[in-house]
Design a protein around this ligand. Structure first.
Ligand code: PXL
Length: 284
Protein backbone atom coordinates (compact mmCIF):
# COMPACT_ATOMS: atom_id res chain seq x y z
CA UNK A 1 0.00 0.00 0.00
CA UNK A 2 1.32 3.44 -0.94
CA UNK A 3 1.82 6.03 1.77
CA UNK A 4 1.01 9.73 1.31
CA UNK A 5 2.08 12.47 3.69
CA UNK A 6 -0.35 15.37 3.53
CA UNK A 7 0.57 18.70 5.10
CA UNK A 8 -2.20 21.26 5.64
CA UNK A 9 -4.38 22.76 8.37
CA UNK A 10 -7.16 20.96 10.18
CA UNK A 11 -10.36 23.00 10.19
CA UNK A 12 -12.44 21.12 12.78
CA UNK A 13 -15.69 21.99 11.02
CA UNK A 14 -15.93 22.97 7.38
CA UNK A 15 -15.10 19.96 5.17
CA UNK A 16 -11.80 21.12 3.73
CA UNK A 17 -8.07 20.46 4.00
CA UNK A 18 -7.34 17.50 6.32
CA UNK A 19 -10.95 16.58 7.09
CA UNK A 20 -11.32 15.90 3.36
CA UNK A 21 -7.84 14.58 2.49
CA UNK A 22 -7.77 11.95 5.24
CA UNK A 23 -11.08 10.22 4.49
CA UNK A 24 -10.71 10.41 0.69
CA UNK A 25 -7.13 9.15 0.50
CA UNK A 26 -7.95 6.35 2.94
CA UNK A 27 -11.08 5.37 1.01
CA UNK A 28 -8.92 5.06 -2.10
CA UNK A 29 -6.84 2.36 -0.45
CA UNK A 30 -3.84 4.58 0.20
CA UNK A 31 -2.30 5.23 3.62
CA UNK A 32 -2.70 8.87 4.69
CA UNK A 33 -0.16 10.30 7.11
CA UNK A 34 -1.14 13.76 8.28
CA UNK A 35 0.88 16.75 9.41
CA UNK A 36 -1.55 19.41 10.73
CA UNK A 37 -0.01 22.88 10.45
CA UNK A 38 -2.75 24.64 12.44
CA UNK A 39 -6.04 23.84 14.17
CA UNK A 40 -8.96 26.11 13.30
CA UNK A 41 -12.46 25.94 14.74
CA UNK A 42 -13.79 26.24 11.16
CA UNK A 43 -12.38 27.24 7.78
CA UNK A 44 -11.80 30.93 7.21
CA UNK A 45 -15.07 31.57 5.38
CA UNK A 46 -16.85 31.53 8.76
CA UNK A 47 -16.78 34.68 10.88
CA UNK A 48 -14.88 34.55 14.18
CA UNK A 49 -12.92 31.34 13.62
CA UNK A 50 -10.20 30.41 16.11
CA UNK A 51 -6.73 29.40 14.96
CA UNK A 52 -3.86 27.77 16.84
CA UNK A 53 -0.66 27.68 14.82
CA UNK A 54 1.18 24.37 15.09
CA UNK A 55 4.25 25.19 13.00
CA UNK A 56 6.54 24.67 15.98
CA UNK A 57 5.44 21.02 15.96
CA UNK A 58 6.52 20.34 12.38
CA UNK A 59 10.24 19.96 13.19
CA UNK A 60 9.91 17.56 16.16
CA UNK A 61 7.34 15.44 14.31
CA UNK A 62 9.57 15.21 11.22
CA UNK A 63 12.62 14.40 13.36
CA UNK A 64 10.75 11.54 14.98
CA UNK A 65 9.74 10.14 11.58
CA UNK A 66 13.36 10.39 10.42
CA UNK A 67 14.46 8.34 13.43
CA UNK A 68 11.86 5.75 12.50
CA UNK A 69 13.15 5.70 8.88
CA UNK A 70 9.74 6.54 7.47
CA UNK A 71 9.50 7.17 3.71
CA UNK A 72 6.61 8.54 1.68
CA UNK A 73 5.44 7.66 -1.82
CA UNK A 74 3.95 11.12 -2.11
CA UNK A 75 4.05 14.40 -0.25
CA UNK A 76 0.90 16.45 -0.83
CA UNK A 77 0.68 20.00 0.48
CA UNK A 78 -2.41 22.20 0.62
CA UNK A 79 -3.43 25.31 2.55
CA UNK A 80 -0.50 26.51 4.66
CA UNK A 81 -0.47 29.50 7.00
CA UNK A 82 2.57 31.74 6.66
CA UNK A 83 5.66 32.32 4.55
CA UNK A 84 7.82 30.79 7.30
CA UNK A 85 5.64 27.72 7.23
CA UNK A 86 6.11 27.39 3.49
CA UNK A 87 9.89 27.46 4.08
CA UNK A 88 9.63 24.77 6.75
CA UNK A 89 7.56 22.60 4.40
CA UNK A 90 10.14 23.07 1.64
CA UNK A 91 12.85 21.90 4.04
CA UNK A 92 10.78 18.86 4.95
CA UNK A 93 10.27 17.99 1.28
CA UNK A 94 14.03 18.19 0.69
CA UNK A 95 14.63 15.85 3.62
CA UNK A 96 12.02 13.23 2.83
CA UNK A 97 11.96 13.18 -0.94
CA UNK A 98 13.70 10.31 -2.72
CA UNK A 99 13.84 9.31 -6.40
CA UNK A 100 10.34 7.83 -6.32
CA UNK A 101 8.50 10.36 -4.15
CA UNK A 102 5.80 12.35 -5.93
CA UNK A 103 5.64 15.93 -4.67
CA UNK A 104 2.14 17.29 -5.29
CA UNK A 105 1.52 20.93 -4.42
CA UNK A 106 -1.89 22.59 -4.26
CA UNK A 107 -1.00 26.22 -3.49
CA UNK A 108 -4.41 26.85 -1.87
CA UNK A 109 -4.60 30.59 -1.20
CA UNK A 110 -7.43 32.16 -3.18
CA UNK A 111 -10.34 32.02 -5.59
CA UNK A 112 -12.46 34.25 -7.84
CA UNK A 113 -9.61 36.66 -8.48
CA UNK A 114 -8.83 37.26 -4.79
CA UNK A 115 -6.51 35.82 -2.17
CA UNK A 116 -8.10 34.44 1.03
CA UNK A 117 -8.17 36.99 3.90
CA UNK A 118 -4.98 35.74 5.56
CA UNK A 119 -2.74 36.15 2.49
CA UNK A 120 -0.95 38.82 0.46
CA UNK A 121 1.30 39.13 -2.61
CA UNK A 122 4.41 38.13 -0.65
CA UNK A 123 2.69 34.91 0.43
CA UNK A 124 1.78 34.16 -3.19
CA UNK A 125 5.39 34.74 -4.24
CA UNK A 126 6.61 32.33 -1.56
CA UNK A 127 4.07 29.76 -2.67
CA UNK A 128 5.57 30.03 -6.17
CA UNK A 129 8.91 28.87 -4.74
CA UNK A 130 7.17 25.85 -3.20
CA UNK A 131 5.61 25.08 -6.58
CA UNK A 132 9.08 25.24 -8.11
CA UNK A 133 10.07 22.26 -5.95
CA UNK A 134 7.02 20.17 -6.94
CA UNK A 135 6.50 17.42 -9.52
CA UNK A 136 2.90 18.46 -10.11
CA UNK A 137 1.06 21.62 -9.15
CA UNK A 138 -2.68 22.27 -9.30
CA UNK A 139 -3.46 25.95 -8.79
CA UNK A 140 -6.74 27.51 -9.88
CA UNK A 141 -6.66 30.52 -12.21
CA UNK A 142 -6.59 32.98 -9.29
CA UNK A 143 -3.63 31.32 -7.62
CA UNK A 144 -1.81 30.96 -10.93
CA UNK A 145 -2.27 34.61 -11.81
CA UNK A 146 -0.90 35.73 -8.43
CA UNK A 147 2.12 33.44 -8.80
CA UNK A 148 2.93 34.32 -12.41
CA UNK A 149 1.93 38.01 -12.22
CA UNK A 150 -0.23 37.49 -15.30
CA UNK A 151 -3.61 39.24 -15.19
CA UNK A 152 -6.62 37.37 -13.80
CA UNK A 153 -9.45 37.23 -16.31
CA UNK A 154 -13.09 36.30 -15.82
CA UNK A 155 -13.52 35.48 -19.48
CA UNK A 156 -10.67 34.06 -21.50
CA UNK A 157 -9.79 31.67 -24.30
CA UNK A 158 -7.54 28.65 -24.66
CA UNK A 159 -4.55 30.81 -25.66
CA UNK A 160 -4.74 32.62 -22.29
CA UNK A 161 -4.86 29.34 -20.37
CA UNK A 162 -1.88 28.02 -22.34
CA UNK A 163 0.07 31.20 -21.62
CA UNK A 164 -0.53 30.76 -17.88
CA UNK A 165 0.41 27.08 -18.03
CA UNK A 166 3.68 27.88 -19.81
CA UNK A 167 4.45 30.61 -17.25
CA UNK A 168 3.75 28.14 -14.42
CA UNK A 169 6.00 25.53 -15.97
CA UNK A 170 8.80 28.10 -16.19
CA UNK A 171 8.65 28.44 -12.40
CA UNK A 172 10.23 24.98 -12.20
CA UNK A 173 9.14 21.58 -11.04
CA UNK A 174 10.96 18.29 -11.30
CA UNK A 175 8.53 16.48 -13.55
CA UNK A 176 7.14 19.78 -14.81
CA UNK A 177 3.43 19.13 -14.68
CA UNK A 178 1.20 22.13 -14.12
CA UNK A 179 -2.58 21.75 -14.12
CA UNK A 180 -5.10 24.56 -13.84
CA UNK A 181 -8.38 23.72 -12.17
CA UNK A 182 -11.67 25.49 -12.75
CA UNK A 183 -10.92 26.18 -16.42
CA UNK A 184 -13.99 26.79 -18.55
CA UNK A 185 -13.37 26.80 -22.30
CA UNK A 186 -16.96 26.94 -23.47
CA UNK A 187 -20.35 27.97 -22.15
CA UNK A 188 -21.69 25.46 -19.63
CA UNK A 189 -18.48 23.42 -19.46
CA UNK A 190 -15.66 23.41 -16.91
CA UNK A 191 -12.68 21.28 -15.98
CA UNK A 192 -8.94 21.10 -16.00
CA UNK A 193 -6.18 21.97 -18.41
CA UNK A 194 -2.66 20.72 -17.84
CA UNK A 195 0.79 20.98 -19.35
CA UNK A 196 3.62 18.46 -19.18
CA UNK A 197 6.82 20.45 -19.77
CA UNK A 198 9.01 17.37 -20.16
CA UNK A 199 6.97 16.06 -23.10
CA UNK A 200 5.73 19.50 -24.23
CA UNK A 201 2.16 18.24 -24.13
CA UNK A 202 -1.12 19.91 -23.19
CA UNK A 203 -4.11 18.03 -21.75
CA UNK A 204 -7.66 19.26 -21.43
CA UNK A 205 -10.67 17.62 -19.80
CA UNK A 206 -14.04 19.31 -19.53
CA UNK A 207 -17.28 18.33 -17.83
CA UNK A 208 -20.72 19.87 -17.86
CA UNK A 209 -20.60 22.73 -15.37
CA UNK A 210 -22.74 22.18 -12.30
CA UNK A 211 -24.12 25.63 -11.48
CA UNK A 212 -22.80 26.00 -7.92
CA UNK A 213 -19.60 26.88 -6.07
CA UNK A 214 -18.68 25.38 -2.72
CA UNK A 215 -15.72 25.65 -0.38
CA UNK A 216 -13.39 22.70 -0.17
CA UNK A 217 -13.89 21.41 -3.71
CA UNK A 218 -10.26 22.22 -4.56
CA UNK A 219 -9.13 20.04 -1.65
CA UNK A 220 -11.42 17.24 -2.80
CA UNK A 221 -10.02 17.53 -6.31
CA UNK A 222 -6.40 17.40 -5.13
CA UNK A 223 -6.90 14.57 -2.65
CA UNK A 224 -8.54 12.39 -5.30
CA UNK A 225 -5.88 13.22 -7.89
CA UNK A 226 -3.07 12.27 -5.49
CA UNK A 227 -4.86 9.10 -4.40
CA UNK A 228 -5.46 8.06 -8.00
CA UNK A 229 -1.83 8.62 -8.95
CA UNK A 230 -0.83 6.48 -5.97
CA UNK A 231 -3.10 3.76 -7.31
CA UNK A 232 -1.13 3.84 -10.55
CA UNK A 233 -3.15 6.16 -12.78
CA UNK A 234 -1.26 8.52 -15.08
CA UNK A 235 -1.45 12.22 -14.17
CA UNK A 236 -3.99 12.77 -16.96
CA UNK A 237 -6.24 9.90 -15.88
CA UNK A 238 -5.94 11.03 -12.26
CA UNK A 239 -6.99 14.60 -13.14
CA UNK A 240 -9.93 13.27 -15.16
CA UNK A 241 -11.10 10.98 -12.34
CA UNK A 242 -10.77 13.84 -9.86
CA UNK A 243 -12.76 16.17 -12.15
CA UNK A 244 -15.54 13.61 -12.56
CA UNK A 245 -15.72 12.94 -8.83
CA UNK A 246 -15.76 16.64 -7.94
CA UNK A 247 -18.54 17.34 -10.47
CA UNK A 248 -20.57 14.36 -9.23
CA UNK A 249 -20.16 15.50 -5.62
CA UNK A 250 -21.23 19.08 -6.34
CA UNK A 251 -24.31 17.79 -8.20
CA UNK A 252 -25.16 15.52 -5.28
CA UNK A 253 -24.77 18.39 -2.80
CA UNK A 254 -27.17 20.54 -4.83
CA UNK A 255 -29.82 17.89 -4.28
CA UNK A 256 -29.50 18.18 -0.51
CA UNK A 257 -32.68 19.94 0.73
CA UNK A 258 -30.80 21.34 3.72
CA UNK A 259 -28.70 23.43 1.28
CA UNK A 260 -25.28 23.11 2.92
CA UNK A 261 -23.14 26.23 2.23
CA UNK A 262 -19.77 25.54 3.78
CA UNK A 263 -18.75 22.27 2.16
CA UNK A 264 -19.89 19.48 -0.14
CA UNK A 265 -21.46 16.11 0.66
CA UNK A 266 -18.42 14.09 -0.40
CA UNK A 267 -19.30 11.40 2.13
CA UNK A 268 -22.32 10.47 -0.01
CA UNK A 269 -20.27 9.88 -3.17
CA UNK A 270 -17.34 7.91 -1.74
CA UNK A 271 -18.90 4.58 -2.90
CA UNK A 272 -18.90 5.84 -6.53
CA UNK A 273 -15.31 7.00 -6.19
CA UNK A 274 -14.21 3.62 -4.93
CA UNK A 275 -16.11 1.89 -7.75
CA UNK A 276 -14.66 4.14 -10.47
CA UNK A 277 -11.16 3.66 -9.12
CA UNK A 278 -11.59 -0.10 -8.89
CA UNK A 279 -12.52 -0.16 -12.59
CA UNK A 280 -9.46 1.84 -13.63
CA UNK A 281 -6.96 0.40 -11.17
CA UNK A 282 -8.20 -2.93 -9.81
CA UNK A 283 -6.69 -4.04 -6.52
CA UNK A 284 -4.84 -7.30 -6.97
O1 PXL B 1 -10.17 24.74 1.06
C1 PXL B 1 -9.10 25.55 1.29
C2 PXL B 1 -8.98 25.98 2.71
C3 PXL B 1 -8.24 25.23 3.60
N1 PXL B 1 -8.07 25.59 4.88
C4 PXL B 1 -8.64 26.70 5.36
C5 PXL B 1 -9.43 27.50 4.53
C6 PXL B 1 -9.60 27.14 3.18
C7 PXL B 1 -10.41 27.97 2.29
O2 PXL B 1 -10.99 28.94 2.64
O3 PXL B 1 -10.00 28.60 5.04
C8 PXL B 1 -8.44 27.08 6.80
Amino acid sequence: MKRVLTIQDISCLGKCSLTVALPLISAMGVEAVILPTAVLSTHTMFKGFTCKDLSDQIRPIADHWKKENIRFDAIYTGYLGTEEEIDTVKELIREFRDEDTLVFVDPAMGDNGKLYPAFDDAYAARNATLCADADIIVPNLTEASFMTSLPYKESYDEAYVKEILLALSEMGGKKGIAALTGVSLSEGRTGVMGYDAVNDEFYCYQNDRVPAAYHGTGDIYSSVAVGAMMRGLSWKDALRLAADYTALTIARTLENPRKPWYGVDFEATIPQLVKALEQEAPTK
